[in-house]
Design a protein around this ligand. Structure first.
Ligand code: SF4
Length: 495
């Protein structure tokens, strides 16, 4: 193994002053709360006791579970979409256990609006990684904001076993996550990556967030997936081809990881790439990736000149995306494209969001035509503006009104920007129908006609479910359709 990739001399994590306290970890939503699983790992390393609860259960059941365990601390790691449920739950838990302290953590903490920060039921806010925060939480007065210490990935290990046992629908979830590192080299204006980089500094970000975890730690983690009904693994690194250009260290890491994965785990995997890295990756890295993953997700977002500027992604154009798609498909890897619509008109860059959305869809139609049949699929998101990001600040400064309907749920089609009623409906419908528009290569006339429909609740749900099913069929084949109803049962599908 290349010694530059897995460094052996990393300092060990410090010993803890405290142990034996009880911590409840609250899962919310349909996806693995991966960050909280690392919190669980750190708490167990410090010999504390943990209990997971499913925050989507009804409140009476939760109250009983929490009261029986009587924790010293209750931890939430909510994404923006889960804030309102977290706030509702912490209020309930505080009623029955007033002396239990609550902790809100995760990379979205800096994005929490002030009224949540000042909520009397929230005792501690923890920003960044969990490391070096547990003793500080215990030793600090309430209403302290605590910042986690940058930590080498070889010292970061999630604890998933208790999670899968105590939140069984997550154990049964057909898709599990894994990550080899926790950063990204890009700086998209709508993404909170830049917030972390700014907070810890570019040097620390490169050293800690972009370093990869040792292969053996990841394999150890993944062995648990074999004990649960897992159909696919989402390799959640923002770019699995990071560092695989000629002379980079990424190719060797990917080789070693792939060999170990195929030998010991061998569950189908899909991974994220960016056009930029695909066109620069070595053939060896691409062949290895093809061996590892059947499908990649390629964040395209937009390639219209002006909207790219708004997203700070002007380094990429349509030709590069086409080249990247051709490269991936020539290696036999299917490509899921991701794009964003519903952009605000800042600095006159996107004067008409509906036309911009149509241009984005048409771009995907062109890209799709350049690839072999059935080798691409597109997911279209409404733009979500997360507080603290560069684009959020820019929109704020430009006086862009924000929509109260946005709950950061992409299947709902509700984005952050508040347009007039007609435009809102069009953007919502476009996100729900984009996959179909692209798959069936619909003309602008058809798109404009359909985007003006007034969907009933039932048609809105069914369209979103169709898109979700399409994504599963694309990756896992037609058979998954037989299990789709069961998959939906374990999700609280928001549309
Ligand atoms: S590529 Fe993805 S993770 Fe990286 S900055 Fe852009 S949106 Fe964020």
């Amino acid at each position: 193994m290349n010694p530059d990739i897995v460094v052996k001399e990393y300092p060990k994590l410090p010993k803890s002053k405290h142990s034996g306290l009880k911590w409840t970890l609250v899962h919310i939503g349909n996806d693995i709360t991966y960050g909280l699983a690392f919190v669980a790992g750190e708490l167990l390393r410090m010999n504390h006791k943990i209990m997971w609860v499913d925050g989507d259960d009804d409140i009476q059941k939760l109250n009983k579970q929490v009261k029986d365990f009587s924790p010293d601390y209750i931890c939430f790691g909510p994404l923006s979409t889960e804030f309102s449920r977290s706030v509702e739950l912490v209020k309930e838990f505080k009623k029955i256990l007033p002396s239990t302290k609550s902790v809100f953590g995760g990379k979205h903490v800096l994005a929490i609006p002030d009224e949540i920060k000042n909520n009397k039921d929230i005792d501690y806010l923890v920003w960044g990684p969990v490391y070096d925060t547990i003793d500080k939480i215990i030793d600090s007065p309430v209403k302290t904001t605590i910042k986690g210490a940058p930590t080498y990935p070889c010292n970061m290990q999630p604890a998933l076993e208790e999670y899968f046992q105590q939140v069984p629908r997550m154990g049964r979830r057909e898709r599990k996550y894994i990550m080899s590192h926790f950063g990204c080299v890009y700086n998209c204006s709508f993404c909170c990556t830049s917030v972390t980089r700014k907070s810890y500094g570019a040097k620390a970000y490169k050293e800690y967030w972009l370093a990869r975890r040792p292969v053996e730690n990841m394999i150890e983690e993944a062995k648990l997936f074999l004990k649960y009904p897992t159909k696919e693994i989402s390799f959640e690194d923002d770019d699995v081809l990071y560092g695989t250009h000629e002379g980079g260290e990424g190719t060797q890491w990917l080789n070693e990881f792939t060999k170990a994965w195929k030998k010991e785990i061998n569950i189908p995997m899909y991974a994220n790439v960016t056009p930029q890295t695909v066109v620069k990756a070595t053939d060896e890295a691409l062949a290895t990736l093809a061996d590892l993953a059947d499908t990649v997700t390629m964040g395209v977002q937009t390639t219209g000149g002006d909207s790219s500027k708004l997203f700070n992604r002007h380094f990429q154009d349509e030709n590069q995306v086409i080249e990247a798609v051709k490269i991936m498909t020539s290696f036999g890897v299917k490509v899921k494209l991701e794009v964003i619509i519903g952009l605000p008109n800042i600095d006159g860059l996107v004067p008409d969001p509906v036309t911009d959305a149509i241009r984005t869809i048409q771009m995907c139609q062109r890209i799709t035509k350049e690839a072999p049949p059935d080798m691409t699929w597109t997911s279209c998101f409404p733009l979500m503006l997360y507080p603290g990001t560069a684009l959020y600040d820019k929109a704020n400064k430009a006086g862009v009104p924000l929509s109260e309907a946005c709950e950061f749920e992409w299947h709902s089609g509700e984005g952050s920007v508040k347009f007039d009623k007609l435009t809102m409906n069009r953007i919502r419908n476009m996100t729900k129908m984009a996959t179909m528009f692209i798959k069936y290569d619909m003309s602008e006339r058809w798109m404009r006609a359909l985007m003006d429909s007034n969907l009933t609740d039932s048609s809105s749900r069914q369209l979103s479910e169709c898109q979700y099913l399409e994504s599963l069929v694309f990756r896992l084949g037609d058979k998954i359709e037989d299990e789709f109803d069961d998959i939906l049962k374990d999700m609280h599908f928001k549309y």
